[in-house]
Write a protein that binds this ligand. Structure first.
Ligand code: MG
Length: 172
């Protein structure tokens, strides 16, 4: 029998990870426009995905769902559901944050890392932070986004994929 959780902790931490393959954008290939944290980046490659393929928003959504010990993003928003075709992934995150609030939790902070060889994240980082803060309903000072390359090695380093990691702390 599982132990009873009769001492509800003041904090819950969640971790999220996502990767999307990057392919040439239509009409040259199956890639969608490259969007990270809800912000469009100019690039000739983009994610292959059922939704809009926003790896950062998927990682953050999974971090929030994970902190709540809920099923993961693929279970909550299955890619077999036509309703999620081309869907703005901000809606997934808004839904996860709503679930957190309903459970009595609010977001303390988010720290995230995007690993992308091209293009550079720096010019859009502040726009991404502002958008994430809005989606999470917190001041921008509680949201951090770091951009890394993969040093030209492996699929990510060859520009064939984008990766994102996220850690979210929820507070009572
Ligand atoms: Mg994804």
């Amino acid at each position: 029998m599982p132990a009873r959780d009769d001492q509800i902790p003041a904090f819950r931490v969640g971790h999220g990870y996502d990767l999307h393959r990057l392919e040439p954008i239509a009409p040259r290939g199956p890639g969608r426009p490259l969007v990270l944290g809800g912000v469009r980046l100019e690039h000739d490659r983009g994610p292959v995905a059922h939704s809009d393929g926003d790896a950062l928003l998927h990682a953050v959504t999974d971090a929030v769902l994970g902190a709540l010990a809920l099923p993961d993003i693929g279970q909550v928003f299955p890619d077999t559901d036509p309703a999620h075709e081309s869907r703005d992934s901000g809606e997934f995150l808004r839904d996860a944050v709503r679930r957190a609030r309903e459970g009595g939790w609010s977001v303390a902070n988010l720290d995230a890392t995007v690993i992308l060889e091209h293009p550079r994240l720096a010019p859009v980082k502040d726009a991404i932070r502002a958008n994430l803060a809005e989606l999470l309903g917190v001041p921008v000072g509680r949201v951090n986004v770091k951009g890394k390359t993969h040093e030209r090695v492996d699929a990510v380093g060859e520009g064939r994929a984008v990766e994102a990691h996220a850690v979210v702390l929820l507070t009572r």
